[in-house]
Design a protein around this ligand. Structure first.
Ligand SMILES: [Zn+2]
Length: 407
């Protein structure tokens, strides 16, 4: 008789309970029993454990029909913190989040650029110490640090293979070096995939939703959340939307494929188009260097939303190419909702959202069965760092969903 109870109280059930409390807000034990399908004794055990460890707290009572009032449970937002760090070429973003996912501190510092990886990792560790000091967060309350990078990652998850921007980092033992330098457990993941978990966690999306983010930084990626867990694929490189072919006879891509949507819609492609007619964009201050792709794209996007005709034409073209890929992506996963996240949606995200909505409404395979909502992240520039923190929260309070923290 002991065994079924052990299974019912295991990490999977605990993750289920945490996910339901997180997405529903204050909820009673009775409602939890109904929502999870677990037995009352299992719920009692799991809740007792989560109260003891401080993950949940009691948040008042509601009257019930007959009987005594029901105590409500909610996530305890100050029980523990997670730090998320996005390591990028142009910038490093640090965020600290409470257990509910809300951001409590943020800092932006210089990116990796072309410095030696070991020097950058040492700078990151020093910055982490000053970041939590300024934020007033004690290291004892930090569950871990999530570091996210522009993928792809090796199957073991400890190194980058090939990154269009961080070329020097290929094969560098990133996870191992981070773990050696940081005083708390660490995990490493892909920025676009992490953003999906961040949006899932902070938007309180229910685990019954089939949810995805489309991420655009320098490149294009995506993350899919099914049943509350990030879809990882065989090697944590799933949902590589940027390398979905939209033209089988198209241009060659650095990934080895041809006609990848990234080669038509990503910032570098848009800037390369602008570079063929530089006089039309004179006055926008575009520098057209590898180091300024992000800032150049921001300038172009700002011009587009301010009515600069040529800039608008380029952005609309990019949005339309991406929308075509998003329809195929949606046809594969049959999504309830999509959030556009990442720094390259920060200024002209609404142009991309409108193009994707129009294409999905007109051409999506399941359009008669259900709608797919398309929204823009609340903080597109911070999505990946927030996601990195959410991955830590998920692995510490609702374990069993993703990579474990590296001690
Ligand atoms: Zn490709």
């Amino acid at each position: 008789m002991a065994r079924p109870e052990m299974i019912a109280s295991g990490p999977g059930s605990r993750a289920l309970v945490v996910d339901i409390v997180r997405s529903s807000g204050p909820i009673s034990r009775v409602e939890l029993t109904q929502a999870t399908g677990l037995t009352q004794p299992s719920i009692s055990n799991i809740v007792r454990h989560l109260l003891e460890t401080g993950v949940l707290r009691e948040s008042g009572r509601v009257a019930s029909t007959g009987g005594k009032p029901r105590t409500l449970l909610e996530i305890n937002p100050t029980a523990l913190y997670a730090v998320g760090i996005q390591l990028g070429f142009e910038a490093m973003t640090f965020v600290a989040a409470g257990a509910g996912g809300g951001t409590v501190a943020r800092q932006l510092v210089d990116g990796a650029a072309v410095a030696e990886p070991q020097d950058v990792v040492e700078r990151l560790a020093a910055q982490f110490a000053s970041f939590i000091d300024i934020a007033g967060i004690s290291v004892d309350t930090i569950a871990g640090v999530g570091v996210v990078v522009p993928g792809p990652l090796s199957p073991a998850g400890g190194t980058m293979f090939r990154s269009p921007t961080l070329r020097r980092w290929e094969g560098f033992p990133l996870l191992e070096r981070l773990a050696a330098l940081l005083p708390v457990p660490v995990l490493l993941d892909n920025d676009a995939a992490a953003a999906a978990v961040g949006e899932f966690w902070t938007r309180r999306i229910a685990r019954t939703e089939t949810f995805a983010t489309v991420y655009m930084g320098t490149g294009i990626g995506a993350g899919v959340v099914l049943d509350g867990a990030l879809l990882r694929g065989s090697s944590s490189n799933a949902a590589e939307l940027g390398h979905m072919t939209i033209d089988a006879d198209g241009v060659a891509c650095s990934c080895g494929n041809v006609g990848c949507v990234e080669r038509y819609a990503a910032p570098a492609a848009v800037l390369s188009d602008a570079g063929t007619a530089p006089r039309r964009f004179a006055g926008l201050g575009l520098e057209f260097t590898e180091h300024t792709t992000g800032s150049d794209f921001d300038r172009l996007a700002r011009a587009a939303v301010n009515g600069h005709e040529a800039a608008r034409g380029l952005l609309e073209h990019s949005a339309d190419r991406l929308a075509a890929a998003v329809v195929s992506f949606n046809n594969v996963f049959d999504l309830d909702s999509i959030v556009l996240a990442g720094p390259s949606f920060a200024i002209a995200g609404s142009m991309y959202a409108r193009a994707a909505r129009a294409r999905i409404e007109q051409t999506s395979f399941a359009r008669q069965a259900h709608g797919t909502t398309i929204e823009i992240a609340a903080n597109p520039r911070d999505s990946a760092a927030i996601g990195a923190a959410a991955l830590v929260l998920q692995s510490s309070v609702a374990p069993g969903h993703g990579p474990a923290l590296h001690p």
